[in-house]
Ligand binder design. Structure first.
Ligand code: F6R
Length: 625
């Protein structure tokens, strides 16, 4: 969380570019923000604001910077120190000459701060980040930099060396971008366990937490690895290890268009992304389906059919919505006769230590930067397991720390509440499960063809499901005043009940629970009161009769039931309202049943006038544990 940007180049536009980059990174955190820029004469400009980037933009417009050429910016998701202007980044040293923006956590900041206070440093914030500016100040002093006396050609090497030495004192996770007023010709960046990427322009260069910050200006990027420093100048970018050794790095060209990340006429990114789900599934499946695409997918992942056959079990791991995709994966794999488990990444440590090379760990993450998931992957690999990651983000940390990668092709997801990324994750899991089943002889060519045909129909069925948006909106609006919601289902749709509850919690701030329907009578049924909204996911399939019974039990206690059904199961289920989905095969139903629940959550939040794309207390990318 937290978004950082850095720019060096055309001196007329620096602050404009930084602010625009911050707007695009706001999904990473938005409780406060700030920019700093320095001009050729070493005059420092600094503006910070509590709240959103728009507030900052107004401040900058009222009092613009005069000709800055290098700068850094930050949008914050608070970890240490309350959201406030004082705690907003950038942070500076005692002399307000060294400027730091940071994403991550400095774990030893209290130790460092104590020493710095004892040495006479004065602190202006409660953040862990500010210590970095003061450590850097000390490192510069220890290099005997007499500010007036230093030769101009020595400024860059001295700044670099002081920064490098500073990094050696920091423990924890960080992506940093730093400027020094005395040295306006260089922006420095460093990364350890938090993402940082450099954008290459002409006569200008960029550095940011992710490419969306500068995609408008350049698509040529270099992803930094952990333990690397970037020295970003107007006409060049050089990379070094934390030990100071130069590293050669290749640039890649990003295919995403910056307009792909805009709202395209929808009121919110979330609604736009719900409507992009057919495309997300289609793009993720394209050319990779069995039997024709079997070899293609194997080659892409670097995972042979023989290897798939040899694994004794598959262990899914992820957070939040991606974890719900894992739960669907577990049911699928078990259905195809593969031992499978699914855990939330933050509770995985002990289990990870029990793994060995016979287990394939499947880590799922839209961003590929979720700290809990990354740590789970590291534990699993340390124990000897192989890791396959499913992610939407090319070049993300997760891809670089996995043995195998299966990309979803959903395009950028901006809305904090994950929707199309979830459908992409499900599509990837269905692909993987099909390939495993075929490799292990659980699917013959005929089964594989049928499975592929059914999957290929899904994008059209998603479009059909979306046609019910108005009806779903009407039902949702009727429940907008409710403070409690229940979501129930069974088997492969139980994770969809969890996802339905998570979506409404995230964006409407109401209490919601997702439960396995059979578990209700073991306790939770006690909370049902007359008129309580209960959404029951009940498509045709092996769970239907039992689901119908559980719905009756809830109705008998006063629940107001909305049933997600298909034409056939509608005849079995008694509810006060129905959302009827097109028919697909039983195992594929989650690809459709989740859509009305996403729309339901969206329209409840809309009726409650919540900030749908930027829900309170949340950030899109959670890079702290
Ligand atoms: C929910 C949501 C979060 C994420 C979770 C993992 O709508 O977006 O629960 O799913 O933080 O994020 P990734 O997939 O980036 O690892």
């Amino acid at each position: 969380m937290c978004g950082i940007t850095g720019y060096i180049g055309d001196n007329k536009k620096t602050t404009e570019i930084l602010i625009d980059g911050l707007k695009r990174l706001e999904y990473r955190g938005y409780d406060s923000c700030g920019i700093a820029a320095v001009d050729a004469k070493s005059a420092l400009y600094l503006k910070r604001a509590s709240g959103r980037v728009d507030v900052l933009a107004k401040l900058v417009a009222e009092e613009p910077a005069r000709g800055p050429q290098a700068g850094v910016g930050h949008t914050r998701w608070a970890t240490h120190g309350a959201p406030s202007e004082d705690n907003a980044h950038p942070h500076t040293d005692c002399a307000s000459q060294l400027v730091v923006v940071h994403n991550g956590i400095i774990e030893n900041y209290l130790d460092l701060k104590e020493k710095l206070l004892a040495a006479g440093h004065k602190f202006k914030s409660e953040t862990d980040t500010e210590v970095i500016a003061h450590v850097l100040e000390d490192k510069l002093k220890s290099l005997h930099v007499q500010e007036k006396a230093i030769r101009s050609d020595m400024l860059e090497p001295v700044f670099f060396e002081a920064f490098r030495r500073t990094l050696a004192d920091l423990k924890g996770s960080f992506a940093l971008s730093v400027i020094w007023a005395k040295c306006p010709s260089m922006v420095l960046g460093a990364r350890l366990h938090s993402p940082l990427v450099v954008g290459l322009g002409k006569g200008e260069n960029f550095i940011a937490s992710d490419v969306s910050a500068f995609l408008k200006h350049t698509k040529r990027v270099i992803f930094m690895n952990d333990g690397e420093i970037a020295a970003v100048k107007k006409d060049s970018v050089d990379f070094y290890t934390f030990q100071g050794k130069k590293v050669a790095k290749e640039s890649v060209t990003i295919q995403w268009d910056s307009t792909m990340a805009e709202k395209g006429g929808y009121k919110h990114f979330m609604l736009k992304e719900i409507h992009e789900q057919a495309e997300a599934v289609e793009n993720t499946l394209r050319g990779r389906l069995l039997p024709m695409g079997g070899d293609i997918l194997n080659a892409e992942m670097g995972l042979t059919a023989a290897a798939m056959k040899a694994f004794a079990s598959v262990q899914f791991v992820a957070c939040g919505t991606a974890y719900h995709a894992c739960l669907v994966g577990r049911v699928l794999f078990e259905n195809f006769g593969v031992h499978a488990g699914a855990d939330v990444a933050s509770e995985f440590t002990d289990r990870a230590r029990l793994l060995d090379k016979h287990t394939l760990v499947v880590a799922i993450s839209q961003s590929g930067e979720t700290a809990d998931t990354l740590f789970a992957v590291r534990e699993a690999r340390a124990a000897g397991a192989k890791v396959l990651s499913i992610t939407n983000t090319v070049g993300s940390t997760l891809t670089r720390e996995s043995d195998h990668v299966l990309y979803t092709h959903c395009g950028p997801e901006i809305g904090v509440a994950s929707t199309k990324a979830f459908l992409g994750q499900l599509a990837a899991i269905y692909l993987l499960a099909g390939h495993f089943a075929a490799a292990r002889g659980r699917m013959d060519a005929g089964d594989a063809r049928k499975y592929a045909e059914d999957l290929l129909k899904i994008p059209r069925l998603i479009e059909e499901t979306l046609e019910q948006e108005k009806e779903i909106a009407r039902i949702a609006e009727g429940f907008a005043a409710s403070e409690h919601f229940l979501f129930i289902s069974r088997h492969v749709n139980y994770p969809i009940a969890l996802e339905g509850a998570l979506k409404i919690k995230e964006i409407s701030y109401v209490h919601a629970e997702g439960y396995p329907a059979g578990e209700m009578k073991h306790g939770p049924i006690a909370i049902i009161y007359k008129g309580m909204p209960l959404l029951a996911v009940a498509p045709s399939g092996r769970a239907l009769d039992l689901m119908a019974g559980n719905i009756e039990e809830a109705k008998a206690r006063g629940a107001d039931v909305v049933a997600i059904v298909d034409e056939a199961s509608r005849k079995t289920v008694r509810a006060s309202r129905y959302i009827t989905l097109p028919k697909t095969s039983e195992l594929l139903t989650p690809l459709l049943t989740v859509i009305p629940l996403q729309l339901f959550a969206y329209y409840v939040a809309l009726a409650k006038k919540c900030d749908i794309d930027k829900p309170r207390n949340l950030a899109k990318s959670v890079t702290v544990r």
